[in-house]
Design a protein around this ligand. Structure first.
Ligand SMILES: *Cc1c(COP(=O)(O)O)cnc(C)c1O
Length: 358
């Protein structure tokens, strides 16, 4: 090793899902929304004045903060925005997890948490989900330096009832508890009503999944004005102009169209429930997902084998090799037509390989 390499911050980076780009592909691998953003977003983008791009954007992204606060019945001081919830979560790790005691998150969860913890040199422990991939709340009742988990969890799709979340928070009044609600709009009760009761609770959401805007990069956190102020102090010490003019305008337009938002979420929920029935009849097993994906395994067909067979057909799902997730595929819910194509292929494949009796 060269001397100059000795003081380098070495990290093993997060591996994002692949972003293939084929005309005929069916992309069910990164939990994107199959529907376009609200029509108002296209209008807002058309109205962007190119000349205004000379100027820095509003560092506080007030218009977007105000629109989100209005929608969720909060004051502007209770909302923080960032470049996707990944940015919001990274800033939150940096701001809130500075104890010498380990932070806690599940053994199977969003695979960015341990990456940020390593990056920021935060100690952590990972309590195991039970055999049905459920969080055991008691695991979070011990001393720790902070807690984070997604609800519903990823990549399992399993959600934790609000009363159990409240139990976790009430056992942890001396640390920050972050609930990552990336998929909450697909049918899970949000912890948002608890932020008035618990000053140490941060609820993080994103425009990437339920609002069809993964490409625009908008995430937000909601919490007590104190927590939000601490987050802003760190953000302004890192990069003041996180939100560009385009994403502020597009974000405001998206949040204003609640009717479209509910309509598309409902369609995805309906397709998810139908897909569950179809997967069952093909012999798959899975826990009851409340997200826009299903985390499924099959007794007769190794996940890796099916993943590769699908891939050759340009049907992309996500596979997490190794450990307890090794025999599962995470299948994003697309349109009904995309799911039909996916299911038809699986059925034909099982027939051809003699993996399932029809
Ligand atoms: C997708 C996802 C995020 C990050 O999404 P952004 O696109 O950065 O907003 C955060 N947490 C979980 C659990 C996710 O699945």
């Amino acid at each position: 090793m060269n001397n100059w390499e000795k003081n380098i911050r070495r990290v093993v980076p997060y591996t994002p899902g692949e972003q293939p780009n084929q005309q005929d592909m069916i992309k069910l691998n990164t939990n994107e929304n199959p529907y376009p953003p609200a029509p108002g977003v296209a209008e807002a983008l058309k109205n962007i004045e190119t000349d205004a791009l000379r100027l820095y954007p509003d560092p506080a992204a007030k218009d977007l903060v105000h629109a989100i606060a209005g929608e969720y019945g909060l004051s502007d001081e209770q909302v923080f925005v960032g470049v996707g919830s990944d940015d919001v979560l990274a800033m939150s790790f940096l701001t809130f997890f500075n104890s010498e005691k380990p932070i806690l998150f599940p053994d199977i969860t969003y695979s960015f948490y341990d990456v940020w913890a390593d990056l920021f040199q935060i100690p952590y422990e990972r309590p195991e989900l039970d055999e049905h991939f459920h969080i055991k709340k008691e695991d979070y009742f011990r001393e720790n330096g902070g807690i984070i988990f997604p609800n519903p969890n990823a990549p399992t799709g399993v959600s934790l009832p609000l009363d159990e979340i409240e139990e976790i928070i009430s056992h942890n009044r001396d640390v920050i508890v972050i609930v990552d609600e990336a998929y909450v709009d697909f049918g899970t009760e949000s912890a948002l009503p608890l932020i008035d009761k618990y000053e140490n609770l941060l609820v993080v959401q994103t425009f990437s999944k339920s609002r069809s805007m993964a490409g625009m990069r908008i995430g937000f956190a909601m919490g007590s004005p104190k927590l939000i102020a601490y987050l802003n102090d760190v953000k302004y010490s890192f990069n003041s102009y996180t939100m560009n003019r385009t994403s502020i305008a597009a974000g405001v337009a998206a949040i204003k169209d609640q009717a479209y938002f509910h309509e598309t979420c409902d369609k995805i929920i309906e397709t998810r429930e139908w897909t569950k029935q179809e997967l069952k009849s093909l012999g798959f097993s899975f826990e009851d997902s409340k997200a826009n994906f299903i985390f499924a395994s099959h007794a007769n067909c190794p996940a890796k084998q099916l993943f590769q067979a699908l891939r050759e057909q340009h049907i992309y799902v996500r596979y997490f090799p190794g450990g307890r997730t090794d025999n599962h595929l995470r299948i994003t819910i697309g349109t009904r037509k995309e799911m039909q194509t996916f299911l038809d292929f699986v059925k034909e494949y099982f027939k051809k390989e003699n993996l399932w009796k029809f």
